[in-house]
Design a protein around this ligand. Structure first.
Ligand SMILES: C[S@@+](CC[C@H](N)C(=O)[O-])C[C@H]1O[C@@H](n2cnc3c(N)ncnc32)[C@H](O)[C@@H]1O
Length: 556
């Protein structure tokens, strides 16, 4: 089943409001836990007002929604001005960053347009005192954090969530503070799509941030442990979970796997703080993206560490960065594959993008809110390029890592079943249902298990079926009878394309589950008047690849 995310109103966008940290206001919050009564009252208000992605989209329209996603809140603010809809009032306060009781707050007449009266009107169950006690509103009546709806659809159906995170750059009017807790961003949505939706016992969400992946995981798992190094992230995750009535997630604080020492999980999910940052004075360290290691050592640690925290057969689903280093130190994808192999894990690594050191430095310096061309930018870019030069880094790859602890266990004593260690570059856009990649990859793993141990004779005896999302394209020179190009195209998954000759296209076309592959190959050799042995030697490795990548289904 595919999972499809369908909406997050913009990035973290809110008003010009001084950064006022929850942590400073409520230092013991984590130990005490979120105030359940206040959170329940806030939840009641948000549910009663239909503070959902669909409702806000109806209120402000597609154009304003797209502007919000670019960090521009003006069109949404204009669309909601004067609206008496309770969801509009909440969006102005909690998402667009206007002060409670600001001009144009319909439903609050001038006589009671004080901050408290406006808060009572917007949040009747929580009330003004409750909003302050929860740390939601600052002294000026502005939101101290970003609270927005988020929507998703997965195998369990559609869901509307409420996500608490820190105010973004627009709200702060400048660069983010180092302890900033991210809301739901592009990378979060990518990872959500990588998480399988099959039911599972236990899940570890490593680096939970605002808690978005834990919410996804809780839909399919009996038990979720979500960790983070940042106390503030855990506070916001606790609020997120409480606002969504989710009680099956346990929050723990600590560095990487330290909070789960000695524990194993069926599934690990992580959008880890993988951003490569120079370790020199004067370069800001953003906790939300930077786990405090040199180069890509954090990714290496997360990958190697998974072996000790997965049950046999358990899988890990990660986003990551990897460095390509000079000729001596090696190719980036090969390094990732080696980390997994040395830990006794199977791996499927997909590189989606590769940047030069200069592009990488620009991406992450700008992400921190520093504009290109400024003296500060140039100082930071020098530091980034020095850091890359020191390790001979020539490029940085971005992508997905799927790991599996072999069913027989990990490590040197594990049985020697054929293990999957695949690394590939796939830069093209994903297929339809692109956010259901996690389920697609698990199906590919199952296909691997089905065929990895088969020799060619056993493979030739399989009766295969073409996957329902596979189509064939044929291109002809004008006037020619035969095609010059035949291409097999996958509609879902990674939307792979495979160039085929007449024999491969004929074989795939004949795979309806009726005849064994070997019988089809023999018939094709006759038809095409070619040597049967040579044709089988060509086709069987191609069939293996098509089964592994989901074009051909092996059945049970
Ligand atoms: C990129 S954010 C991911 C947030 C969220 N899971 C998502 O998908 O949107 C990485 C998270 O890792 C946390 N983090 C940073 N360094 C860490 C460390 N050494 N150990 C554990 N978590 C860390 C950050 O606080 C942040 O919340």
């Amino acid at each position: 089943m595919s999972m499809q995310m369908h909406g997050h109103p913009g990035a973290n966008v809110a008003a010009r409001s001084p950064y006022s940290g929850f942590v400073r206001k409520r230092p013991d919050w984590l130990d005490e836990g979120v105030d359940a009564d206040l959170a329940a009252r806030l939840r009641a208000d948000l549910l009663a007002t239909r503070y959902t992605v669909d409702r806000l989209l109806q209120l402000w329209g597609d154009d304003a929604d797209a502007a919000l996603a670019r960090g521009d809140r003006v069109p949404a603010r204009r669309a909601l001005r004067g609206s008496s809809d309770p969801a509009a009032r909440l969006a102005r306060l909690l998402l667009l960053g206007e002060a409670a009781g600001a001009a144009g707050d319909a439903g609050v007449d001038s006589a009671d347009s004080t901050v408290d009266a406006a808060l009572e009107a917007a949040l009747p169950t929580l009330g003004a005192a409750g909003a302050r006690a929860l740390g939601l509103i600052d002294a000026e009546g502005r939101a101290s954090l970003d609270l927005r709806p988020s929507a998703a659809i997965d195998a369990a159906g559609p869901v509307d969530w409420l996500i608490a995170s820190d105010l973004g750059e627009t709200a702060l009017g400048g660069p983010l503070p180092p302890e900033h807790v991210l809301g739901v961003g592009g990378a979060s949505i990518t990872l959500s799509g990588l998480i399988p939706t099959s039911p599972v016992g236990s899940v570890l969400d490593l680096g939970t941030g605002c808690g978005i992946q834990a919410l996804h995981a809780a839909r399919h798992a009996t038990r979720v442990v979500a960790t983070d190094l940042s106390a503030r992230a855990l506070e916001l995750a606790a609020l997120t979970l409480a606002l969504n009535g989710v009680t099956s997630v346990e929050l723990r604080r600590g560095d990487l796997y330290a909070p789960v020492a000695g524990e194993r999980f069926d599934r690990i999910i992580s959008n880890p703080p993988f951003v490569i940052t120079p370790r020199v004075e004067g370069v800001p360290v953003y906790e939300y993206r930077d786990g405090g290691r040199v180069g890509d050592a954090l990714v290496e640690e997360v990958i190697r560490g998974a072996a000790a925290h997965l049950v046999p057969g358990g899988t890990a689903h990660l986003l990551a960065n990897w460095e390509y280093r000079d000729a001596m130190a090696g190719d980036g994808l090969a390094r990732v594959r080696r980390w997994a192999a040395e830990a006794g894990l199977e791996a499927w690594v997909v590189e989606r993008e590769r940047q030069t050191p200069a592009q990488y430095a620009a991406t992450w310096i700008r992400d921190g809110g520093t504009r290109i061309g400024t003296p500060e930018y140039e100082r930071l870019a020098e530091a980034w390029l020095d850091d890359f030069a020191a390790r001979g880094v020539t490029a940085v790859g971005f992508g997905y890592v799927l790991l599996r602890r072999p069913a027989g266990g990990a490590g040197p004593t594990a049985p020697t079943a054929p293990r999957l260690l695949r690394a590939e570059v796939l830069g093209s856009p994903l297929g339809a249902g692109s956010s259901g990649i996690g389920d697609h990859l698990l199906a590919c793993l199952a296909a691997h298990d089905r065929i990895a141990a088969l020799d060619d004779a056993a493979l030739a005896a399989l009766r295969l079926t073409v996957a329902p999302d596979v189509t064939e394209e044929r291109h002809y020179w004008p006037g020619d009878e035969g095609p010059t190009v035949i291409r097999l195209r996958q509609g879902g998954g990674f939307a792979r394309t495979v160039d085929a000759d007449a024999a491969l296209a004929g074989l795939v076309g004949a795979c309806d589950g009726d005849l064994p592959v070997g019988t089809i190959a023999s018939a094709l050799a006759d038809l095409l008047e070619v040597d049967e042995g040579a044709l089988r030697a060509q086709l069987l490795p191609q069939v293996r690849e098509l089964v592994l990548t989901g074009f051909l289904l092996p059945g049970d």
